[in-house]
Ligand binder design. Sequence first.
Ligand SMILES: *[C@@H]1O[C@H](CO)[C@@H](O)[C@H](O)[C@H]1NC(C)=O
Ligand SMILES: *[C@@H]1O[C@H](CO)[C@@H](O)[C@H](O)[C@H]1NC(C)=O
Ligand SMILES: *[C@@H]1O[C@H](CO)[C@@H](O)[C@H](O)[C@H]1NC(C)=O
Length: 405
Amino acid sequence: MPPISLNRRAILAFGGTFLFLLLLSGAVTNHVRPDLVQKHIPDSWKSKLPPPQQDEPPPKKEGNPEQAWQEEIFPLAKAGKVPKINPKNIVRETNLKTPLLIGFTRNWYLLEQAVVSYLAAGWPASQLTVIDNTGVMDSNLRGLLTAKNPWYLNHTRLTQLGVSVKRTPTLLSFAQLQNFFINYAIEQDLGYFFWSHMDVVVLSDELLPEYKSVYERAVEVLANTLEERRHWGLKLFAYDWLTLVNVEAMKDVGGWDTQIPFYMTDCDVYSRLTMRNWTQDPVSAGFIYDVGSHLKDLAILYPEEGHESELNTTRFTNLKMELEAMMKEKQSNNGGRNYWQARQDGGQGEPFWRNPKGFERGINFWIDKGRELFRLKWNYGDCDLIAKGYSYGDDWTDKKPNIPQ
Ligand SMILES: *[C@@H]1O[C@H](CO)[C@@H](O)[C@H](O)[C@H]1NC(C)=O
Ligand SMILES: *[C@@H]1O[C@H](CO)[C@@H](O)[C@H](O)[C@H]1NC(C)=O
Ligand SMILES: *[C@@H]1O[C@H](CO)[C@@H](O)[C@H](O)[C@H]1NC(C)=O
């Protein structure tokens, strides 16, 4: 997925403590400006905020073990032997659709890991769609890219796992991709959909007194949401690493502003949702980790053969620890996303190949331009539009922020 940055100061300022937490999400997605985020966070909140990430790989440190290049991280799938999931994770008694969209631009290995983690946590493969936003047209479908190409995606593998793939017509920005999701939902006649970042790993909480998989809990959240019949806009699982979206709400505010392609575009749309009274509540379904590296073998996401329904096993404990370490690694700037990306740097000369460093710089350029445009649009450059007295329709007017003297 294209780098994005999520910063929800607008909602936060409006909504009090729990909403305030959402702000922190800005610092844990792919492209962040934690410097900007930090300015507005009281000291007591800072500890939760991961440190900034860099765009260039950090200099190599002694004793920082290199993750060796691995072309295959799921050998069992390659051998046609995808493991069984815990039968407790399978939800049978629901007739609710749970469409889950995962956008993908770069890093097949992170995508495969995210997809497999959702499947292992009970999400039915038939409900999962990878939105191929690589912008390489049919090249991946035809198997023309090699594994070291950042835009490589193995269609055969996703099909083998039962997961659908839908291609965007061309490379879209983050805001465009979000509107693509909404339009896709409209086309499919869906009133709501889930979307997830591709650089996450979900894990069902096996320590719960009454065990429920990530999927079962997500279905419960959905069922309760639909029952409430409230003016709900979004349900945010761990910031917005997984989000349930009300299509009606997004239509009401006119969708995402594609003229703000990456950073601040979430502030813009989430503020507009709030201005129109669409709620945005944090909810939970289990552990969700934000990672920039991958497990050595994705089989670890599945229970051991013959012990499928056992909970709180050594495997679970070790996996949870490893995922926590991976998340910490990403946030500590000590490798993480860039460290990984630097390893998948091949594919020169293959169809639609772009210079990965140039691609990154180009995205940073548009991130900056998007921030400029946000400021033009609102006469204000920060996320807390609501706190500064902005109402629906105040964009592109002479309205100035209410700043106490
Ligand atoms: C893609 O996945 C399929 C199905 O698992 C596998 O047979 C094939 O080797 C993979 N392709 C590459 C290039 O790894
Ligand atoms: C999980 O396993 C650990 C180690 O065996 C044990 O200490 C802990 O009490 C267990 N927790 C639950 C909720 O079963
Ligand atoms: C939102 O709620 C406020 C307070 O209840 C109300 O005054 C306002 O008219 C509502 N706005 C919309 C667009 O429904």
